[in-house]
Ligand binder design. Structure first.
Ligand SMILES: [Zn+2]
Length: 427
């Protein structure tokens, strides 16, 4: 949530709150280049500490390019940053992205770019789309397809990228985790736990977050992985209640949670593995309920939540297996006619890495399924699948508009594009 406030300060300069903070704390720069200053208020210090999230998650959407410095900014499509070289010709120190465009067209000036950047950087630039429809330089949130900040993606970023997990390439039988018969979210949780990515208080403090370090459940010892999931009296009670405490104790000679989990998985059968994994997850839910909602749960609830999740999921799996043949039949892909009096325009994009191009095919048929018109188009540079499909839809909309055809349905196979389209237009 702090990340969201920080994001607003950077991305919405016109916002009243941003203007207030700017006047007080960063009147001569933007939020990203701001310093914490003397005597910062609690609110400002907290928002400022979330700056690393904004720095990692933003990207420029290129309009004119006048407002986008070339160095140390994210503006190429893969989100990478070109750091200003140490020995740089002073003439090139203050380049803006607009300087890299042709004088008379919104296109990359490749000869110039190749003279400044190495090959791989020049390729990255050439693969960054320049869209006529984008007129203003604007900051977007690169971790969501729609460019809008979300707490979920910011959290994912903190866990996966911002928090350094190099050196945590833990050897172990990961397959035991991936093959376990538990819902995917549980596998993901155990994987994060083994990679030391669960934000326990000890982990948060290591990462510079200012928070208490005492276990939220027993309030006796430091809250780290080993404690919260195994050594805490609360955890012991749960393990005892399923009759595993004695077994688990024999694995405690390892001093980190990943080694303990792997060695337990070695000796457990597949049902025990499933239950062990969901119980660990349920303990973390219990801890979060205490921290975020001040809710105290007895161990019976923690155990019941784990068992119920597993039973429900297994029930659903069996049901799915029973009906899978039927389902396959039902979802066989076939073209269907539009309703009477309407047309249907099908759009598909293809991608050629070699030619750095996206091919767009569009085909219109009538309500009898008869071919009406078709068109192909090439766009350069190549984009990712959803962007390609979205550009295809945009071309098709323009084409149909030019043709003055009415009553047209559009069909394409990117669910993301279809969903985003509905969100944008019908909200
Ligand atoms: Zn504890």
């Amino acid at each position: 949530m702090l990340g969201k406030q920080a994001w607003k300060l950077q991305a919405n300069p016109g916002n009243l709150i941003t203007r207030l903070f700017k006047a007080k704390y960063f009147s001569r720069s933007d939020f990203l280049s701001s310093s914490i200053g003397h005597n910062p208020s609690y609110v400002w210090r907290s928002i400022w500490s979330a700056k690393f999230i904004v720095r990692g998650g933003y990207k420029w959407s290129i309009g004119t390019g006048y407002d986008i410095p070339v160095w140390d900014n994210r503006w190429v499509s893969d989100g990478s940053v070109f750091t200003r070289p140490l020995q740089l010709d002073p003439m090139l120190s203050y380049l803006n992205v607009s300087d890299l465009l042709m004088a008379n067209a919104k296109k990359w000036n490749m000869p110039l770019i190749c003279s400044i950047f190495d090959n791989s950087s020049a390729t990255k630039i050439s693969q960054t789309p320049l869209l006529e429809s984008v007129v203003e330089d604007k900051l977007i949130w690169r971790l969501e397809k729609n460019g809008h900040y979300s707490v979920k993606s910011a959290y994912r970023y903190c866990i996966n990228e911002a928090i350094d997990t190099t050196g945590l390439q833990i050897p172990g039988q990961w397959n035991k985790i991936w093959r376990a018969e538990v819902p995917p979210k549980i596998k993901n949780f155990i994987w994060r736990l083994c990679r030391n990515c669960i934000p326990t208080r000890a982990r948060l403090i290591q990462k510079g977050v200012n928070c208490p370090d005492i276990c939220a459940l027993c309030e006796n010892e430091q809250e780290n992985n080993l404690h919260i999931f195994l050594l805490c009296n609360n955890a012991k009670e749960i393990w005892k209640s399923v009759g595993w405490w004695n077994t688990l104790q024999t694995h405690l000679q390892h001093n980190n949670i990943a080694d303990i989990i792997f060695s337990v998985l070695q000796v457990f059968n597949s049902d025990q593995v499933s239950l062990f994994m969901v119980l660990l997850w349920s303990i973390w839910q219990q801890r979060n309920d205490k921290v975020w909602r001040d809710k105290v749960e007895p161990f019976q609830h923690v155990r019941a939540r784990a068992i119920n999740l597993l039973t429900d999921w297994k029930g659903a799996q069996n049901h799915k297996n029973l009906h899978s043949q039927q389902r396959q039949h039902n979802t066989a892909i076939c073209w269907s006619k539009p309703p009477t009096g309407r047309y249907k325009c099908n759009i598909d994009a293809s991608f050629s890495k070699q030619q750095n191009k996206v091919g767009i095919g569009m085909c219109i048929r009538d309500d009898q399924g008869r071919f009406v018109l078709a068109k192909t188009e090439w766009l350069s540079p190549i984009t990712d699948v959803d962007i390609g499909e979205a550009l295809g839809l945009l071309s098709a909309l323009n084409w149909v508009h030019d043709l003055q055809l009415e009553n047209v349905d559009f069909e394409l196979d990117s669910r993301n594009v279809v969903t985003s389209f509905h969100i944008v237009f019908w909200k």
